[in-house]
Design a protein around this ligand. Structure first.
Ligand SMILES: Nc1ncnc2c1ncn2[C@@H]1O[C@H](COP(=O)(O)OP(=O)(O)OP(=O)(O)O)[C@@H](O)[C@H]1O
Length: 739
């Protein structure tokens, strides 16, 4: 209590710096800390201090290690991280005070600010702020564990590519261990209700940290680094001033640096988003500030100001699509846009305003009409957020549409980087926002199509403008790549008729087209769906087939259908003849597309019943294809061959559909087919077992090579291969036709 009173008196007389120093010296009495330079010494206190030792969590140790190694060449990053944390701490206190969430503030008279200082002789770098501070438990929680779930994910996956971790999540406080072999954090919470005790956290970053009580700590946090031998440049005023200036221009609190003991301001406290315009240079600086990087430039920049329906001042950046976030690690991403109200930050990550699928954008939205203490429980606030969200997201999407018109090539590069998120947007917008952004999002989609060269992208509007007269549908095909698509039996009639088909290579595409009915007045129709209106009459090919192929009679069709159903049993529910095939004999369809079936199968992998067995398949046959017509003619005469042919025909159709997971299941039959093929090559009738009756022999080995090979002349008979005897004939005997 005595100490607390003293502390209050000191603060009142604005002795904050002295207080920090006193707290620092007294902590050294706890016995665990290094000695303090004589010049900084203040009277000692006799009270004993308790010191606890804690181990870093395992993943924190790993992160520390990675950070220390990887930031070796970019050491000044720690200044940016510490300034950013100090500014966040001030921002948090201003917000909690403004919203009355903290009523009684420790050291109430101390202004919100950040101060840097250095001591070359002691190899010290010091940053202090008068922000929110930390309680004992917060100190252990925040500085002893990794807060960012994303980086934890990375580490748990055994990922050790530091640039990915740092690029995506930032390294925060731990960057201090790149330059310091000792880090001391003095802190006291701003919330009097939580206490008035100050604490000291100390670590050398090697595996554990200590926490001890310290008296006379003023509100906020002071971080003192004892620099490593190879980082002493950060004890130099000029170096630190230059770095700090670079990282603090847009911070809304005074940032000072002590020169000869006097704090001198180093930032202009500019709110770029409140201006009506800004230079490219200013945007570059602001973008880097927002993304916490000292490199990179915005790919697109948008300043948006309006007075209706709300008063909005905002600034948005699209980061380089080459560095678009990996979607594997974006399960619960932090929104990169913050929400302000008259320059004061209301929410660092503006969820509720910016949807998750736009999390990768950087920026600031300032809305005058927004109260400081918005609450999701308050209907009025929720409506206000929705209104703001609607206006801002629509503006962003329309801006992207304009950019696409201005420079298609540049836009296509953007799209390649962020396509997944825009597509996810269509699905999420449907689920959570009544598809209110659907039309704007659909205009941003781009796909390859069958009538344009590889790599060229078209929008849905362009696709429709290229459509045949009278075409109502948008034809699409989900497939792994262009080559597979164009050689697929499902595409045959479209290729033959030069009917344009959108080629969709991402798994999410199928979900997108299922989530929306269509685009404008057109419906999406998958080329591998069953019984859809393919508008085939619009463009009959001039000469369907020059060969005058035999068509099956109705009786033959009936017999073949029955035979196939008998062979394939429950594998197919229906066997039918269809006109959609041009050069393939058969394909499979069902109420869900083969592509969807495949995705469902992989989602349900390992489950005993994946439910797909209940979704019946139809085998569609080409009535003119010679495999089908020949098959119909051998049903009675050569049933064993016909049986194998039907099974293979069906499996081939499944392979073409992409629904056959493991081709190894086909091996025994394929060997049998190979055997038949060889029999055929040897001039025997497989079914009659002729081969066994008269096995071929190999050609006689001539002792000397023939002087000159005599090629048979045209019209001359070739040597008959079935006259050759084979020593391996007995092996063939073992495999009986139809076995
Ligand atoms: N100066 C400070 N004042 C109060 N709390 C702080 C301060 N510095 C750090 N912290 C606490 O420690 C936590 C961890 O900090 P760290 O810099 O590692 O990550 P972060 O700031 O949460 O994330 P990012 O660096 O991506 O913004 C912070 O979230 C905050 O709660």
């Amino acid at each position: 209590m005595r100490h607390a009173l003293r502390a209050r008196r000191c603060i009142a007389s604005r002795e904050l710096p002295q207080l920090w120093e006193r707290a620092r010296c007294r902590s050294s009495l706890a016995g665990s800390l290094q000695s303090v330079p004589a010049s900084l010494r203040v009277p000692r206190w006799s009270r004993p201090f308790s010191t606890e030792t804690h181990e870093f969590k395992a993943e924190t140790k790993k992160l520390l290690d990675i950070v220390a190694k990887s930031l070796y060449t970019d050491k000044e990053v720690f200044i940016r991280e510490l300034i950013s944390n100090a500014s966040d701490a001030c921002e948090k206190l201003r917000f909690l005070q403004g919203t009355q969430q903290i009523k009684d503030v420790n050291d109430a008279d101390a202004p919100l600010q950040v101060t840097l200082s250095v001591s070359e002789s002691d190899r010290k770098f010091v940053i202090e702020d008068s922000g929110i501070g930390m309680t004992h438990d917060e100190l252990i929680e925040h500085l002893g564990t990794i807060a960012k779930s994303g980086s934890l994910d990375f580490l748990q996956r055994g990922e050790s590519d530091a640039s990915k971790i740092i690029g995506q999540f930032g390294v925060g406080f731990y960057s201090t261990f790149v330059v310091a072999d000792k880090v001391e954090v003095y802190t006291k919470t701003a919330d009097k209700e939580k206490g008035e005790q100050g604490y000291l956290w100390t670590s050398d970053g090697s595996g554990s940290f200590t926490v001890s009580e310290v008296d006379d700590v003023p509100r906020g946090t002071r971080i003192e680094l004892t620099l490593k031998d190879d980082a002493t440049e950060f004890a130099k005023l000029a170096t630190v001033k230059k770095s700090a200036q670079k990282f603090s221009s847009f911070i809304d609190f005074p940032i000072n640096i002590k020169e000869d003991g006097d704090p001198k301001p180093i930032n202009k406290q500019e709110a770029l988003w409140m201006k009506s315009s800004a230079t490219e240079e200013q945007h570059l600086e602001f973008f880097r500030f927002l993304s916490g990087n000292s490199y990179g430039k915005p790919y697109y920049t948008l300043m948006y100001q309006t007075d209706a329906p709300l008063s909005i001042k905002s600034c948005f950046y699209v980061p380089d699509p080459d560095n678009a976030p990996s979607r594997v690690f974006t399960k619960d991403p932090e929104i990169g846009i913050s929400l302000h109200s008259r320059r004061v930050m209301v929410k660092k990550h503006a969820d509720g305003v910016i949807p998750k699928w736009l999390h990768w954008m950087k920026g600031i939205v300032d809305c005058e009409d927004m109260p400081m203490n918005i609450s999701r429980e308050n209907m009025q606030d929720t409506r206000l957020m929705e209104k703001l969200s609607m206006a801002v997201v629509r503006r962003i999407l329309r801006f992207l549409q304009q950019e696409a018109k201005k420079d298609a090539e540049k836009y296509n590069k953007f799209f390649k980087g962020y396509a997944y998120f825009l597509k996810a947007g269509i699905i999420e917008d449907k689920e959570g926002n009544f598809s209110r952004h659907k039309d704007d999002l659909l205009k941003l989609l781009r796909f390859e199509c069958s009538n344009k060269p590889k790599g060229e992208l078209v929008s849905l509007e362009e696709y429709m403008s290229m459509a045949k007269e009278g075409q109502q549908n948008i034809y699409y095909f989900c497939c792994p790549d262009r080559q597979t698509a164009l050689s697929s039996p499902y595409m045959e009639q479209f290729v033959q008729r030069q009917r344009n088909v959108l080629l969709m290579y991402e798994d999410i595409d199928e979900f997108v087209v299922n989530a929306i009915e269509g685009f404008k007045d057109s419906k999406f129709v998958s080329v591998d769906s069953a019984d859809k209106n393919f508008e085939l009459d619009l463009d009959k090919p001039e000469e369907d087939d020059k060969e005058d192929r035999r068509e099956l009679t109705q009786q033959e069709k009936d017999d073949l259908q029955k035979f196939i159903r008998d062979v394939l049993k429950e594998k197919v529910q229906e066997v039918k003849f269809s006109d959609r095939l041009v050069s393939s004999p058969a394909l499979v369809t069902s109420i869900i597309t083969p592509h969807m079936r495949k995705m469902m199968k992989s989602l349900m992998a390992g489950k005993e019943n994946d439910g797909l067995g209940n979704i019946p398949m139809t085998l569609e046959l080409s009535p003119k294809h010679h495999i089908v017509t020949t098959l119909a003619t051998i049903l009675a005469s050569n049933e064993p061959v016909a049986r194998i042919a039907v099974e293979q025909l069906y499996d081939n159709a499944c392979i073409a559909a992409g629904t056959l997971d493991d081709p190894r299941v086909l091996m025994s039959r394929l060997n049998k087919v190979l055997e038949m093929f060889i029999y055929q090559g040897a001039g025997f009738d497989y079914a009659k077992g002729e081969y066994r009756q008269q096995p071929p022999t190999p050609p006689p080995q001539s002792p000397e090579p023939e002087p000159e090979a005599v090629k048979p002349q045209a019209g001359e008979a070739r040597p008959e291969s079935n006259k050759d005897a084979s020593s391996s004939a007995s092996k063939f005997e073992e495999i009986k036709p139809g076995s």
